[in-house]
Design a protein around this ligand. Sequence first.
Ligand SMILES: CC(=O)N[C@H]1[C@@H](OP(=O)(O)OP(=O)(O)OC[C@H]2O[C@@H](n3ccc(=O)[nH]c3=O)[C@H](O)[C@@H]2O)O[C@H](CO)[C@@H](O)[C@@H]1O
Ligand SMILES: C=C(OP(=O)(O)O)C(=O)O
Length: 440
Amino acid sequence: MSKIIVRGGRKLTGNVKINGAKNAVLPIIAASILGSEGESVIHDAPPLDDVLVINKVLQSLGIQVEYDQQVIRVRAEQITTCEASYELVRKMRASFLVMGPLLARLGQARISLPGGCAIGTRPIDQHLKGFEAMGASIELGQGYIEARVKGRLKGAKIYLDVASVGATENIMMAASLAEGTTIIENAAKEPEIVDLANYLNAMGAVIRGAGTGIIRIEGVEKLCGAVHTVIPDRIEAGTYMIAAAITGSDLYMENAIGDHLRPVISKLQEMGVLVEEDENGIRVRATGTLRAVDVKTLPYPGFPTDMQSQMMALLMVADGTSLVTETVFENRFMHVEEFSNMNAQIKVDGRTAIVSGNSKLQGAKVCATDLRAGAALILAALAAEGETEISGTHHIDRGYVSIADTLCELGADIRRVSPPQEVEEEAVEIGFFNIQPTLA
Ligand SMILES: CC(=O)N[C@H]1[C@@H](OP(=O)(O)OP(=O)(O)OC[C@H]2O[C@@H](n3ccc(=O)[nH]c3=O)[C@H](O)[C@@H]2O)O[C@H](CO)[C@@H](O)[C@@H]1O
Ligand SMILES: C=C(OP(=O)(O)O)C(=O)O
């Protein structure tokens, strides 16, 4: 198993080029299934493990996918099966986003149940409620969900009980090819929803209101491939912003969009960190003592749950006690135990973590329990005394492009060590780029 080894205490300086957003590119690749004519060309697709997995899902459906130099080309004229297997869906829950496009395009989809994960049970009832409202029948059996519709899906009014990002995306994609108008009420408002709607509209869809709580989709008969550039990753940007703050450094996040990061920027400013925005990015400078602040995660435009663990790392070294409340996922405090191994003082009471500041963090052997927990451990390690060894790096690879190399170039003492056999396996995986589709 590969490990990331960090020796804390170094200042960072320089420019970080923010990659395309993982959570935007995954639904956009899934939406390419809807294009029955022409090629889709997706620019700024970050080279992440999750992107390789969704590409493999499409290839397993018989769709042509090529990936080179951060550009993905998809041709979905031919689809040979409507089934996404357990082997692929278990690797990444977002694979379930192919359900809506397959159902709309083929009238049938059979997808392995995505199951829960370290951060919560993560049900899909709102996705299914949407498909059923559009006329699909849903059956569960042998670990698979099968959805079918006779003819086309029908437009419907769908109120989401929770403003789910994935359900909004899945329903929006399905509704794009439905007969008539679909209205999603209590829709999620994340920037990634707007990016997906822009891509679908470029394919020929008619979607209005993305980014608000009410999205209106006029179904069309056909969608075609389109050219699109993915938005910058607000969570990657936010993570490097905290790297600057926790190390008392000065970093510029090139491409980062301030409007997508309002709650993170305002919390950093409340803590006494200097944040300056211009049209090309965001500069973050830590100038002295960090003040404790309370943070509560909420759907967009609230504070993102995907930044909760990184923010907690910063609050561990702030002056005073902070409360961190997680309202989006019921079990997203797995990092607390790992932080405690680094000498942090945190108590969890239900959905709130009480973080005592001024911790003198110590290097330790710790484990990334999920993607953002892994990033947060790296951040804590940058501020800790001595050496931290982080295992579970496969979680981190899902969402950060070469984070150890990037931090090393900025001045951190960080390296990744992989046993020789694993280096070989990684090379084989990279060989996956540009291969022709294989059938399931
Ligand atoms: C690939 C991707 O974009 N992942 C993001 C997406 O995940 P994802 O789309 O899975 O997250 P959701 O917005 O759907 O989940 C939010 C909450 O709604 C609940 N829920 C969701 C669907 C449903 O049918 N029923 C239900 O009860 C979930 O259990 C969770 O408590 O949004 C999350 C919330 O911002 C982020 O943390 C993830 O990084
Ligand atoms: C939770 C995340 O991703 P996913 O929904 O793909 O698990 C994340 O990006 O932090």
